[in-house]
Design a protein around this ligand. Structure first.
Ligand code: ADP
Ligand code: MG
Length: 731
């Protein structure tokens, strides 16, 4: 975008924003009917399937029973008829390969007949299995290209849905994506495996705690999604936003978020129109969008759904991100999901609200009112505390990627040090359990699990610590280090796995230590032991403070500051064994995932470096030169016409610009040298990623300082890129 067009965009926007209105009204009365209207959900299944088929399908969904071929044909046919009724022509297996995005390949239902007409057909086989060409998806070395075949397999636990446009609709079938050897090539398969592992050991533990009715445990998940909206014309005028999802240069605006006037502020008319359109579309897809508000940074917003079973919630979050981007386009916005689109204002996260629930719908992290409920709560809490302490490395690695490095540890987001916030009341209770005293400190009466009732725990906002990466918020944990752009299946897979291991450990210990009579005492003693050993992971203070960094070091907690350091732990021996034991990843799958993550980091930084180089050389430098030339000519003119004028100050301006240009050019050369050195680095994926971190990242930071200084010096009319103050404040 030339300087001229940048100006005209701003001017036309000012005129347009007064005339923009949303055409489609939202009706609360329609909502119950609209919710899930584009989903092949339980209601539709019941209506459209013969009773025995319906029952067989429910058994598959709820208990994982295999669906036989005949039944699958009937289900597929009903699905097709339903899709046709909604205007569909195509179907696709919808999956989550290791790109961090979703993938789809569409086929039409059309089957030509011998007499030259067409039938619309869809078989059980097509529903259950697909064969996309897997060769172009990342596999991290799991298969060579010549044996690239992979297949998608229907995941009946996540309902099929329709994606509609003005011109038609596509039936989307959520699937898992595997190689022909059965190895996972996606994010979904390991998530399902991890839930299974957690369920198995949670049920075991529940039985030991006297909950005989428990047959299955699921994890529940609610993702609070943060995002930025910028006008689409600004977006297209910023090659860095288009290529890297974040601005690589840009001087801070005079007004950022200092006044704290955006958080929960009145939502502008243009943005509310976007949100309403977005919600309508999500509701029809059965996604329970609930909360919307302005976030801390200007131009930043949040959408939160009601929680669901994790496998469905993970799919729904992927879909939510897609719909957010699509609807933004219709409203002339670009929706930015990057963790740090703009330096100097808050970045975006995705608070991962997580809990466990049994088959009767009981939340296992609900403290409850009876001694029995409290016992259950404390034992599961203990398992989580142990898991997070033992496997800090995995939680940290689960959120490690290039975008999140600009956010974690900045004084706005959870730090790279993993710790748990439980609040002061619960901390007192935990200390009481460790010391064997009542939390009320009233007497010497011993707190006995399963006999004593816990005092009610507060669940109000005031007791919440917003700085903690992993916080207990009343009846769930909030994993806040997850990045806004992430596919949540991955962090949840790791979280479920480490908790499964801890539940297994507790169950095994209880079985070992207790004959029937003394089980309660054995549990008491075990809880005390485990809490004593792992209490160092609990921290209720300010996670942003320098003291915490030192204190955490004294406690021996990990502080893995950047993506390569965190990823280096993923495939460690202990983790390979852990994943293998709980059948979440084979060692080969673990290695492949680690390779993919390192490679992706390296590619991301490389794309950023090349984009920055191009911007600096072809946009920033010429703008600086043009400004320099104007200044030089202007000073020369003054000198000629008014030779006695004191031009010292003017020459200083020129000198400052000239110096900034020199510095920019020098750091530009340095960046290119660093980049090619890192690129030519031969070694493991890990070493390669580290080279990009150590050589390229600092060179980019250096170049940016000079570019941003030039932005503040160059005449506004000569600056071709949309500025922060425009992108963040004009819509
Ligand atoms: P906030 O944390 O912003 O105060 P809430 O506590 O109401 O808001 O919930 C935030 C998110 O946590 C929502 O998406 C909500 O559905 C989800 N959530 C609430 N309970 C659970 C649970 N048991 N399991 C998983 N997520 C939950
Ligand atoms: Mg929250």
């Amino acid at each position: 975008m030339s300087a001229h067009t940048r100006k005209s965009v701003v001017q036309t926007m000012a005129a347009e924003s007064r005339t923009r209105h949303e055409e489609r009204p939202v009706s609360g009365i329609d909502l119950p009917d609209q919710f899930g209207a584009h989903v092949f959900n339980d209601t539709v299944q019941r209506q459209r399937l013969p009773k025995p088929v319906y029952r067989a399908l429910r058994r598959t969904i709820e208990k994982g029973h295999e669906l036989d071929a005949e039944v699958a044909d009937i289900v597929a046919n009903a699905m097709k008829d339903w899709a046709l009724d909604h205007g569909a022509t195509h179907f696709t297996h919808w999956f989550q390969p290791m790109t961090g995005l979703t993938a789809e390949k569409h086929d039409s239902f059309l089957t030509p007949t011998s007499d030259g007409r067409g039938l619309m057909e869809f078989s059980g086989k097509e529903l259950i299995k697909g064969e996309p060409d897997a060769s172009s998806f990342p596999s991290g070395g799991i298969r060579a290209t010549f044996e690239a075949r992979g297949y998608t397999a229907w995941d009946p636990t996540s309902p099929a849905f329709l994606r509609k446009t003005a011109r038609g609709a596509t039936l989307c079938i959520p699937t898992a994506f595997c190689s022909w050897t059965g190895e996972a090539l996606d994010q979904k398969t390991p998530l399902l495996r991890s839930i299974q592992a957690l369920s198995q050991h949670a049920v075991r533990l529940l039985h030991l705690l006297g909950e005989a009715g428990a047959t299955r445990v699921v994890t529940t998940l609610g993702c609070e999604q943060e995002y930025f909206l910028v006008d689409r014309r600004f977006y297209y005028a910023r090659p860095d936003l288009v290529a890297a999802g974040r601005t690589l240069i840009g001087a801070r605006p005079p007004k950022g978020q200092e006044l704290e006037d955006h958080y929960f502020g009145a939502i502008s008319e243009r943005v509310i129109a976007y949100m309403q359109d977005l919600e309508q579309e999500l509701w029809r897809l059965g996604i329970p969008a609930r909360t919307r508000h302005n976030e801390v940074a200007p131009g930043q917003f949040e959408l939160a759904p009601v929680f669901e079973e994790a496998s469905v919630a993970a799919d729904h979050n992927m879909l939510t991100m897609e719909v957010m981007k699509a609807v933004a386009e219709r409203h002339g916005f670009a929706c930015l999901l990057h963790e740090k689109p703009f330096a100097g204002v808050n970045g975006s996260g995705k608070h991962n609200n997580w809990s466990m629930s049994d088959n009767l719908g009981n939340n296992l992290l609900e403290p409850g009112h009876t001694p029995q409920e409290n016992l259950k709560f404390i034992v599961f809490l203990t398992a989580i505390i142990r898991a997070v302490d033992l496997h800090q490395d995995l939680l940290r690695a689960s959120v490690a990627h290039a975008g999140n490095d600009h956010r974690l540890g900045a004084n706005e987001a959870p730090p790279a040090i993993i710790s748990i916030y439980v609040g002061s009341q619960l901390e007192d209770i935990i200390q009481g359990l460790i010391q064997g005293t009542t939390p009320t400190k009233k007497g010497a009466e011993k707190m006995q699990l399963g006999v004593t009732t816990l005092p009610p725990l507060p669940r109000d906002q005031s007791d919440r610590n917003r700085t903690s990466p992993f916080a207990f918020t009343g009846n769930k944990f909030e994993f806040r280090a997850v990045g806004s752009s992430q596919a949540v299946a991955h962090p949840n897979t790791l979280l479920n796995t480490i908790v499964a291991e801890s539940l297994d450990f507790l169950a095994t210990e209880i079985e070992k230590r207790a004959g029937k009579g003394e089980r309660r005492e054995a549990i008491d003693a075990l809880v005390r032991e485990v809490l004593t050993r792992h209490q160092r992971i609990l921290f209720n203070g300010d996670n942003y403070s320098e003291e915490w960094v030192n204190e955490a070091e004294r406690r021996g907690l990990l502080n893995l500051r950047d993506t390569p350091s965190a990823l280096a732990r993923l495939a460690a021996e202990k983790n390979q064994r852990l994943f293998e034991k709980y059948a979440v990843f084979t060692p080969r799958e673990t290695t492949s995932r680690s390779n993919i993550a390192f490679h992706t980091y390296m590619q991301r930084v490389n794309v950023e470096a090349q984009t920055l180089k191009g911007l600096a050389a072809t946009v920033v430098l010429p703008a600086g030169m043009a400004h320099q030339e104007r200044l030089a000519r202007s000073i020369q003119g003054v000198q000629q016409l008014l030779p006695r004028t004191d031009i010292k100050a003017q020459l200083e301006c020129l000198e400052q610009v000239a110096k900034a240009i020199c510095d920019l050019k020098r750091s530009l050369d340095h960046l290119e040298q660093a980049r090619s050195q890192a690129e030519g680095h031969h070694g493991t994926h890990e070493q390669h990623a580290m080279a990009f971190r150590d050589l390229v990242m600092p060179a980019m930071v250096e170049l940016r300082t000079h570019a941003d200084l030039l932005e503040s010096l160059v005449e506004d009319d000569l600056w071709p890129l949309p500025k922060y103050r425009e992108m963040l404040f004009l819509s």
